[in-house]
Every structure is written in structure tokens, then in C-alpha cells.
Design a protein around this ligand. Structure first.
Ligand SMILES: *Cc1c(COP(=O)(O)O)cnc(C)c1O
Length: 390
């Protein structure tokens, strides 16, 4: 039977990623569906409060429907305008740079340090001009950027810092969680493959009350309900004021239902991924590959586990093909922005402009690493890689 065969094939193929959704998440979503309240409401507020609480005192949190939306709101809140420049990395997903273009502002790319895949802090100052307004670091794969240096440069040149923390939950820097540092705002992603998922979703966090307030208004059409909350018993409950042409970026209670329970497991999930990363490290150590960068003392979220192949021995694409033939999914993070037609043509970029991004990209493969994987699944990956490379 065709139907039966399909099921077996699905079972045998180890996907690159599967979300880890428990009964609690499912029950909470069902509860929302039955409650009659589907969009932003009590559960979104609860998720925001829990998220701020997770990070610690003095944090504001704004739930949105994607990290892309959150980064757009953050740049709006710090006043990015047409013609401004924002320094970021070409070694990221296009969302990081695309939100800069939403304003007619321009990303200025700084190559990565090949040892960390993060923006090379020694190249940032050279990229600063009179038009520079902000720096957007990306904590690649879940390894923190050198934030002291970045914040120091920002201070010296009076720049804002918006952290793309799509990979960085939970990640720490000098013992402090990403999200709690002295940047202007930090944005997490809850996309389906990220370390905490709500299907689609994101969270902007900041210590700045004004930024939080502006983002709260702008995520929902620029509507200010505080005029109602504050003065109000005299004003009717349908009253609101529009203070700006905002966006439609609010998180639904359905998504927040998933997030509330995912957040409770965030450390448990991290510990599992950390253990799996350590197992890959020890089992793959003898092979002709470079293991992923790590931090000595800080938490790595292990959103991605990326090995670098010696592509003189085996081409990356061939390696991925062989993994796939053996029933193992893998991926490549990311195609650097300067190789994509839009970025290449808009800014006349050459592949060789960012040599570190280019060479890392040519050699890397992301291996499956997620909490739904069993020990046997991981042994299968390890065994297969040894077979291909030895
Ligand atoms: C996933 C991702 C984003 C975008 O997140 P969304 O929630 O899908 O908008 C941004 N930056 C990086 C580095 C990402 O990996």
C-alpha cells in the first residue's frame, strides 16, 4: 500500500529539525480556541510578563508576530531614517538587513571573524561614517558576539545597538543573558526551527521604557490605548487614539499559548542540546573537520551545530547529498547576503568583499541537533559522518 510505505519512509528519514511540542502547549492552544479570544489578549500579556521575568529585573518585553517585525519596530523606535547607515554582518539571514531597507536606510556590512562566525569587532570602527546610526550584531548559532567591544564602539560614536538574538535563547555573555545587556533593544525569534517556538513569533526586549512604549503602539497600528487606561473612567471602552501609521505585528493568544509552555522548558531544552553538542564534539573530534566555535565560560544556546569540512577532500554539496541518501537531513546557515542578487546588485558587492563569510559558507554544514532527537538518532548521524569521511 502506497499509504503505508510513505509512513515508513517518513519514520526512517531523520529531519534536520522537529519542534518539541508537548501536551501542555496543545492543551493551552485548545483552551484559547475554546475561550472565544483568539488574538492579542491575556495570554500574550502573560507570555510577555514571563519572558521579562525570565530575563530578570527591569526588562520590558513586547511580543510580536516575528523577529523580523521586532527588528523593524526597534529600528523605528530608535529613529532610523532614509539615508542612515546601520552596521551589520553579511553572514546572517536576510531579515537582519532587510528591515534596514524598510526605511530606505543602508546596511553597511562588516565581515565575520572566522573563529566565531560573529561580526569581527576589529572591523566595525572602519565602517563608521557620519551617517552611521546603529550597529546590529547577530549572535550566530547561539554564540554571543563580543558585546563589550561593540557597546564600547557604540558609545564612542554615539550609535544605537539592536541585537538580533534570533539564535540566542538562552545565550549568555560574561554571565549575563543576551537580552539583559546594555544595548537599546534585543529581538528573539520564535520561528518554527528556533530554540523556542510559537510557530511564528518573536519578542523584543529592552530596558528603555520609551522604546518599549513606542514598539507597543507601533506593533498595533500606532494605536495608543493608554489614553484610555490612564484617564479613563470617563471615556468609553471603545475609545482609542491613533498616534502614528503603525504596523500589524501583534502576537496572537494562540501563539502565546505555545510560548508560555515552551518558555518553562527553555533551560531543560538548552541542557539537552548542550549535551548533544558535546557528544558530537567528542565523537567527531578525530575527523578532518573543524568543530563549531564555542565559549569557555558562557552559555551557548546551541541553536545550530555547524561543522566545517575540508572541501579539498569532499565537496560540501556532495557531503549533504550523502547524508540525505543515508536518511539524514542537514542544512546550510546561511548563504551570505552579498551573494544574493538583491544585496549584490544594490550595493555592487563582490563575493571576495567578505572573504571570511565566503569561505565559511563554502565549507559549513549544520547537523541535526534538537531535543526530539533520540540518542539512537544522533548515533546514526555520527556513524554516517564517520562512514562518509573515513
Ligand atoms: C530566523 C532569523 C531571523 C528572523 O526571524 P523571524 O522570526 O522568522 O522573523 C532573523 N535573524 C536571524 C539570524 C534568523 O536566523
Amino acid at each position: 500500500m502506497v499509504k503505508g510505505r510513505k509512513v515508513i519512509l517518513l519514520k526512517e528519514f531523520l529531519p534536520f529539525h522537529l519542534p518539541d511540542i508537548g501536551k501542555e502547549e496543545i492543551d493551552e492552544v485548545v483552551d484559547s480556541l475554546k475561550s472565544g479570544w483568539l488574538t492579542t489578549g491575556k495570554k500574550t500579556k502573560l507570555f510577555e510578563d514571563q519572558f521579562a521575568g525570565f530575563l530578570g529585573k527591569g526588562m520590558y518585553s513586547v511580543a510580536v508576530n516575528s523577529a523580523t517585525a521586532g527588528m523593524h519596530l526597534a529600528l523605528e523606535a530608535i529613529g532610523i531614517k532614509n539615508g542612515d547607515e546601520v552596521i551589520t554582518t553579511p553572514y546572517t539571514f536576510t531579515a537582519t538587513a532587510e528591515v534596514i531597507r524598510y526605511f530606505g536606510a543602508n546596511p553597511v556590512f562588516v565581515d565575520i571573524d572566522p573563529k566565531t562566525f560573529n561580526m569581527d569587532v576589529n572591523q566595525i570602527e572602519k565602517a563608521v561614517t557620519s551617517k552611521t546610526k546603529a550597529i546590529m550584531p547577530v549572535h550566530f548559532a547561539g554564540l554571543s558576539c563580543e558585546m563589550d567591544e561593540i557597546l564600547h564602539i557604540a558609545k564612542r560614536y554615539n550609535l544605537k545597538v539592536i541585537e538580533d538574538a534570533a539564535h540566542a535563547l538562552p545565550t549568555s555573555y560574561n554571565g549575563n543573558l543576551i537580552g539583559t545587556l546594555d544595548s537599546d533593544a534585543t529581538v528573539f525569534s520564535f520561528y518554527a526551527t528556533k530554540t523556542l517556538t510559537t510557530g511564528e513569533g518573536g519578542m523584543l526586549v529592552t530596558k528603555d521604557k520609551n522604546i518599549a512604549e513606542r514598539c507597543k503602539h507601533m506593533r498595533l497600528h500606532g494605536i495608543n490605548r493608554d489614553v484610555f487606561d490612564r484617564y479613563t473612567s470617563t471615556k468609553p471602552s471603545w475609545y482609542y487614539e491613533v498616534i502614528a501609521p503603525g504596523f500589524k505585528y501583534n502576537m496572537t493568544d494562540i501563539a502565546a499559548s505555545i510560548g508560555i509552555h515552551q518558555l518553562k522548558k527553555v533551560w531543560q531544552f538548552q541542557r539537552i542540546r548542550e549535551k548533544m553538542a558535546a557528544l558530537y564534539d567528542s565523537e567527531l573530534a578525530e575527523l578532518p573537520i573543524i568543530l563549531p566555535p564555542k565559549s569557555k565560560n558562557d552559555t551557548h544556546s546551541w541553536h545550530l551545530y555547524m561543522i566545517q569540512l575540508n572541501t579539498l577532500k569532499i565537496k560540501r554539496d556532495e557531503f549533504i547529498q550523502k547524508l540525505s541518501e543515508n536518511g539524514i537531513g542537514s542544512s546550510v546557515h546561511f548563504i551570505p547576503l552579498h551573494l544574493h542578487p538583491y544585496w549584490k546588485n544594490t550595493y555592487q558587492l563582490k563575493a571576495s568583499d567578505f572573504p571570511n563569510s565566503l569561505s565559511i559558507y563554502n565549507n559549513v554544514v549544520s547537523l541535526p541537533l534538537y531535543t526530539k532527537m533520540t540518542d539512537r538518532d544522533q548515533q546514526k548521524v555520527i556513524h554516517c559522518i564517520k562512514k562518509i569521511l573515513q
